[in-house]
Design a protein around this ligand. Structure first.
Ligand SMILES: *[C@@H]1O[C@H](CO)[C@@H](O)[C@H](O)[C@H]1NC(C)=O
Ligand SMILES: *[C@@H]1O[C@H](CO)[C@@H](O)[C@H](O)[C@H]1NC(C)=O
Ligand SMILES: *[C@@H]1O[C@H](CO)[C@@H](O)[C@H](O)[C@H]1NC(C)=O
Length: 931
């Protein structure tokens, strides 16, 4: 079968990744459904809440309605009052009030109850001032019981009850607390006053009267209190006195300034019931006019005599039409809810990116030819589309459920803002993914971020937006944080929706963006600029820090850089001298070096892998000396060869493979794969390379077949060729039967995963394959089948294989290299090595203990150079030099021995590779400690 080995095009690779992602997404059904259902859930929650609130508002107390005035359930229409009702403001808000009630004007008194109240005065001309203030308070109560309410206005009434935000109902008249009337002196007899109050230890007589309010007849007490005038020398003293708050009976203070008969010029200090930041507004000023009227009247009487009066008869709200109460929950809570909904996507994208990083799948994909271009394009596009679908669902759900937040604002504005924001969010996830290496950490951090951002926005940032005195510059600065920018957008949408719904017009329109108060234009610019910047930075950081790219932080300035003369070179030259001796003793290694030099002079394409003096130096850290993980490595592996790398742990095999697959850069030296330099053309090499890493790098929820499909597509396999290749691969690795191929890799046993990794490394006919301990964890049967696959595979490609199993090395490898302390100690085919380093037979014989001596003698006769290596309860092992011993002689000797004494067992074995390995490793290590 002819396979296409041209590197896959951008589209092919992008297609492969896209289809893998889609499969992955399909597998993730539960997560996806949860993800899509979340906004639906929130929208439904909002609708339910809205429904509850509407229901509540639909109750009689909030709805405009009529109630009976005579405390009974049924009454005639004439006995009903509608709108303004006794002590009930709720209906006032909703109802039409064509004829608002009139209320006698009141002074705002301090909240406590006192038997006298104080006015503070000062004047330039004190005698003038005193003449005016003498007219302030009447000396007796004037009541006309045929029209109580009107006659009350002629007296100086006051109340400490907090006024409401409107004057449809005056709470002073509906509350239980008495109303005070201020006089110069209070009456001392109790004949005409039925009620007595104890106020501040004084008996105060009260007048009681009844009046009608909203259909109800109410009994109300008015209590006398003295109005006391206190004089001060200057305005600043009054100011100080008010500041000290020592006198708690002060009603108002007046400064007559330069007033005289010809002109009245007065300053009024007024005490509002200021309660805190949230409670400002016109409320407390409702009872202010009476104090001005009082002082004006006093002046008027000073000028024209006591008969004159400018009567402040009543206060009355303006009539109003019906305004049903509607609380738009979606717009009220919207900002916070929607921020969470949209931010929710962030952890999803981040986790998915970090997952591929943590499981090294990104690098695995790269090693199989998936370049950065297609990876970025597809991954970015993929998450963008995912986000767009999510947002569409969100907006559609919200619109279908009739949330004003969505329906009133222009959809094109919503689309533009959401689109830019999700782009920013995806870029941000890419950026942050570089800083996480663990999915769990990333998830936790991201969710904390999401909820924290929501709360901070809702409970802190919003106040800054609403506080018009907060500097706009700071708000814009805060909006540089994308979460706040998003919140601002949603907040403005909510505001527009609310005002639109209240006034029955539309929400936000494009022309509203030019309105400077909503700040949408700035947010749009910020988000757009951030998106571009973050995307660029994310790509840059990915290029610099991701393993395998091998780019320096200034990679884009490559053209300007000079080649650095590395200090490692000097170091290696020095080291070379000391190693010459070692090299002298290794003719096979020297021969390999000569072969490499020859190959570099006359390049041929037969040799798939050529390593020329490859070195890897790890600089010392924390006072430890630096270490050469790989030094002076010369190696040429022709096509069709399986080269086995043996070596003790830490010998540098993995460092070597890491360099070859582009995970790290060589410190010096070069290596060529298919004629391409690993230092510069790794991207080209990847499309012809297969890797079976030491640890299985698989997606837990993709099946074996899907893995092969993905990597096959990356290697430019298409259509029937692809399916055939996969069938073949699955069958040969024993993954085909029993539906294993279609099970998710997460459910595979260790052995199955291993076999799948091997299958992945071989898919798409790569010319060079690296296998790092491919058979670890396999049962003997699987191992046999794996060996067959590798044997078949090595026919037209070069394979570099590391293993700890000598049996495997012997079975698979055409040549072996024993790698100790970073360099090759010997190279050759297994037989040669055994011949060179073994050169002995191992003779074993077991007898009873009495005959151990006899065995020893017999061996001595065979060869005097025999070497006893083992002796235990009758079993002895000897090494016999091959040149001095003939196998026939050994058999003969054993026959003779059997006649003389009982031989339980005996054996003669050729040197095993294991013995060679141990010997070479031991010698090399001994040499290394010497030098
Ligand atoms: C103070 O006011 C009184 C009464 O108006 C007036 O008779 C008197 O001349 C004023 N004194 C001064 C210094 O203006
Ligand atoms: C009391 O008020 C009524 C109605 O306004 C008026 O007719 C009557 O003359 C008043 N009585 C006095 C004593 O002012
Ligand atoms: C009222 O008094 C203030 C302060 O003494 C003065 O500046 C202002 O001109 C006066 N106004 C009139 C109309 O006299």
């Amino acid at each position: 079968m002819m396979l296409n080995s041209a590197p896959a095009s951008f589209c092919t690779r992008a297609n492969a990744l896209l289809r893998k992602n889609l499969t992955f997404q399909k597998r993730n059904k539960k997560t996806n459904i949860r993800l899509i259902l979340f906004p639906l859930f929130l929208c439904i929650l909002l609708v339910v809440l809205q429904h509850l609130v509407d229901n509540q508002l639909d109750k009689p107390e909030f709805k405009c309605g009529c109630i009976c005035t005579n405390d009974s359930e049924t009454c005639g229409d004439s006995e009903k009052v509608c709108g303004v009702q006794y002590s009930d403001q709720n209906q006032v808000l909703a109802c039409a009030v064509p004829n608002p009630p009139e209320w006698p004007p009141l002074l705002q008194l301090p909240t406590g109850e006192f038997w006298y109240y104080t006015m503070l005065f000062t004047a330039d001309n004190v005698s003038f001032g005193q003449m005016v203030t003498d007219n302030m308070f009447p000396s007796e109560l004037t009541m006309n019981y045929t029209d109580i309410m009107a006659s009350l206005a002629t007296n100086v009434l006051g109340s400490g009850v907090t006024p409401d935000s409107n004057n449809f109902i005056e709470p002073a008249f509906t509350s239980d607390r008495p109303i005070f009337y201020l006089q110069t002196h209070c009456p001392q007899d109790n004949f005409s006053f039925p009620d007595i109050y104890q106020i501040g230890g004084m008996q105060q007589y009260a007048n009681s009267f009844s009046y009608k309010i909203a259909g109800f007849t109410v009994e109300k007490d008015i209590i006398c209190a003295r109005g006391v005038n206190l004089w001060w020398y200057s305005a600043s003293e009054i100011n100080h006195q008010l500041y000290l708050q020592e006198i708690n009976t002060i009603v108002s203070a007046f400064d007559f300034l330069n007033s005289n008969e010809n002109g009245f010029n007065v300053t009024v200090w007024y005490k509002s019931n200021y309660k805190g930041v949230n409670d400002f507004g016109p409320t407390e000023l409702l009872r202010f006019p009476r104090s001005v009227n009082l002082i004006s009247n006093a002046y008027l009487q000073f000028l024209l005599g006591p008969g004159t009066k400018m009567l402040f008869e009543f206060v009355k709200e303006m009539p109003k039409s019906e305004t049903p109460i509607r609380i738009e929950i979606a717009s009220l809570l919207g900002g916070l809810f929607y921020t969470w909904v949209i931010l929710q996507l962030f952890p999803v994208v981040l986790t998915s990116l970090v997952y591929e990083k943590q499981h090294k799948l990104r690098i695995m994909m790269k090693m199989h030819g998936l370049g950065d271009g297609p990876y970025w394009t597809i991954t970015y596009g993929y998450f963008l589309v995912l986000s767009v679908i999510y947002m569409l669902c969100f907006v559609i759900f919200g619109s279908v459920l009739g949330l004003k937040f969505f329906t009133l604002n222009d959809y094109s504005i919503q689309f533009v803002f959401y689109f830019i924001y999700i782009n920013l969010q995806v870029s941000l996830a890419f950026l942050l993914a570089s800083f996480f290496s663990n999915v769990k950490t990333a998830t936790v951090t991201a969710y904390i971020g999401v909820f924290g951002t929501g709360l901070l926005s809702g409970f802190l940032f919003q106040f800054f937006i609403e506080d018009s005195s907060f500097p706009r510059g700071w708000i814009i600065f805060m909006e540089l944080y994308p979460g706040f920018a998003l919140y601002r957008v949603l907040y403005e949408f909510a505001q527009s929706a609310t005002s639109g719904s209240n006034s029955g017009t539309n929400g936000m329109r494009w022309q509203d963006l030019s309105d400077n108060t909503n700040g949408m234009k700035e947010v749009l610019i910020i988000m757009f600029a951030e998106w571009i910047v973050v995307l660029f930075v994310a790509y840059y950081i990915d290029q610099v820090f991701s393993t395998g790219s091998g780019k320096t932080p200034l990679f884009f300035l490559k053209g300007f850089q000079k080649k650095p003369l590395s200090s490692f070179k000097k170091l290696s030259i020095q080291r070379q001298g000391s190693n010459v001796l070692a090299q002298m003793e290794k003719p096979d290694v020297i021969q390999e070096k000569e072969k490499v030099e020859q190959l570099l002079l006359e390049p041929t394409i037969d040799h798939a892998i050529v390593c020329d003096d490859l070195k890897k130096f790890y600089p010392g850290r924390d006072g430890n000396p630096g270490k050469f993980a790989v030094k002076e490595l010369f190696l040429a592996v022709p096509r069709g060869e399986c080269f086995g790398m043996l070596g003790p742990n830490g010998a540098g095999k993995t460092s070597f493979i890491s360099m070859m697959i582009g995970l790290t850069k060589p410190t010096s030296g070069a290596a060529y794969v298919q004629g391409l330099d690993i230092r510069t053309h790794m991207d080209g090499i990847y499309s012809n390379m297969g890797v079976c890493p030491q640890h299985n790098l698989l997606w837990e929820n993709l099946t074996g077949r899907e893995h092969l499909l993905f990597y096959g597509r990356l290697k430019n396999l298409k259509g029937s060729v692809l399916t055939q290749a996969i069938e073949k691969s699955l069958k040969s690795l024993n993954l085909f039967h029993g539906g294993i191929a279609d099970k998710q890799a997460g459910k595979y046993s260790g052995g199955m995963k291993r076999r799948l990794s091997v299958a992945i490394s071989l898919i798409g006919d790569p010319k060079v394959v690296y296998m790092d301990e491919p058979s670890t964890g396999l049962d003997p049967a699987s191992r046999k089948c794996l060996w067959n696959v590798i044997k078949l595979a090595k026919q037209d490609r070069a394979i570099i294989l590391t293993t700890h199993s000598m049996e495997e090395a012997e079975a698979l490898c055409d040549r072996l290299g024993i790698f100790v302390n970073g360099s090759l100690q010997c190279i050759g085919n297994p037989k040669e090595l055994k011949g060179r380093y073994g050169g002995t037979y191992v003779f074993t014989m077991t007898t009873s203990l009495d005959h151990e001596k006899d065995v020893e003698e017999m061996v001595q006769q065979l060869t005097p150079n025999a070497n006893k290596i083992y002796q235990l309860s009758g079993t002895q092992k000897f090494e016999l030099p091959k040149e001095e011993v003939k196998i026939a002689n050994v058999f003969q000797a054993v026959e003779v021995a059997k006649r003389n004494f009982t031989v339980f067992a005996w054996g003669l074995a050729d040197t095993r590779l294991e013995d060679v390995f141990i010997k070479v490793a031991r010698e090399a290590q001994a040499f290394d400690t010497l030098s």
